[in-house]
Write a new protein. Structure first.
Lengths: 191, 102
């Protein structure tokens, strides 16, 4: 019995280390690739490894939503826009480290150190043990019950946010199209 | 809980957030700035879900799902702006888009 539990723990550790390493590596790849197409592909890998980590945290529905919504819908939109705009190579690392890069490294490092210090000093002892959770923790039925009872306001607010964003996207796209046809009309008359 | 504790997930989330913040600060292409923003949001999401597992409550996962919806809205508006900028034949460079600077 004890052997079985420790063997399961070892498997979880191996999966965690692999997923965490791939997650960090693909995150760095997103930031450092000069071609945005490759960056978007690396972000798909980042999202997939994050879904594995969510599964380890027994958040099954969030992992499924991550793959479907993020890696599916959002990234397809990204790839379409990148293909529409065209490849645009940017060489941020060609001219050596500039003062902007140094300042960005300092700022990002400061955030990182701050978070780790807060976790380590203030909350380290309290975070060492986690309670056992039931087998329905994170299932779609459990999430749905929580959404439609205790967190109904967040659910409804999310729908309004998505509606406003959809209207905003349509307006941003349609406005420029009307301008193009207005400027294009005299040319058509002359022809 | 078998395997790594919550602190490990929080450390990974902090690294992801730092990576995304670095990308937002350094890169000049607005598309890659949006991609780096996604990394920052996902770092925050990982911390939220780790805390949900730690406290065995639904609130963290609900919060993470709401963050996902807000990220979808942000991508919708952000990519709409990128397409609008591209149609007006303005260079896709966040340093060049400085007309509204005070």
């Amino acid at each position: 019995m004890l052997l079985a539990i420790s063997a399961g723990g070892v498997v979880v550790w191996i999966v965690w280390i692999a997923a965490g390493f791939l997650c960090l590596a693909s995150g760095l790849a997103v930031v450092s690739f000069s071609n945005p197409f490759y960056s978007a592909l690396a972000l798909i890998g980042n999202l997939a490894t994050l879904a594995i980590l969510y599964l380890l945290l027994s958040a099954e529905f969030v992992a499924a939503a991550q793959v479907l919504v993020y890696a599916g819908a959002v990234m397809v939109m990204f790839l379409f826009v990148i293909a529409y705009v065209g490849p645009r190579h940017e060489t941020p690392w060609a001219s050596g480290p500039s003062w902007k890069t140094l300042a960005a490294v300092l700022a990002a490092g400061a955030i990182l150190v701050e978070i780790i210090v807060v976790i380590g000093l203030k909350a380290g002892g309290r975070l060492s043990t986690s309670p056992k959770v039931g087998s329905d923790f994170g299932t779609p039925a459990w999430i749905g019950r929580a959404f439609l009872t205790d967190h109904l306001l967040a659910f409804e607010a999310t729908s309004i946010v998505l509606l406003v964003a959809a209207v905003g996207g349509v307006i941003l796209g349609a406005h420029t199209r009307r301008r193009e046809t207005e400027t294009a009309t005299p040319v058509g008359d002359a022809g | 809980m078998e395997g790594p504790g919550v602190v490990w997930y929080l450390g990974l989330a902090a690294f992801l957030f730092g990576t995304g913040a670095f990308g937002v600060l350094v890169r000049r292409n607005p598309l890659i700035v949006l991609l780096s923003l996604e990394i920052m949001l996902n770092g925050a999401n990982l911390a939220l879900i780790a805390f949900a597992r730690h406290s065995a409550s639904a609130a963290g996962q609900i919060f993470a799902l709401s963050v996902m919806a807000v990220a979808a809205a942000e991508v919708c508006v952000g990519l709409g702006l990128v397409v609008a900028i591209h149609r007006r034949k303005i260079a896709l460079d966040v340093d060049a888009l400085s007309e509204l600077r005070g």
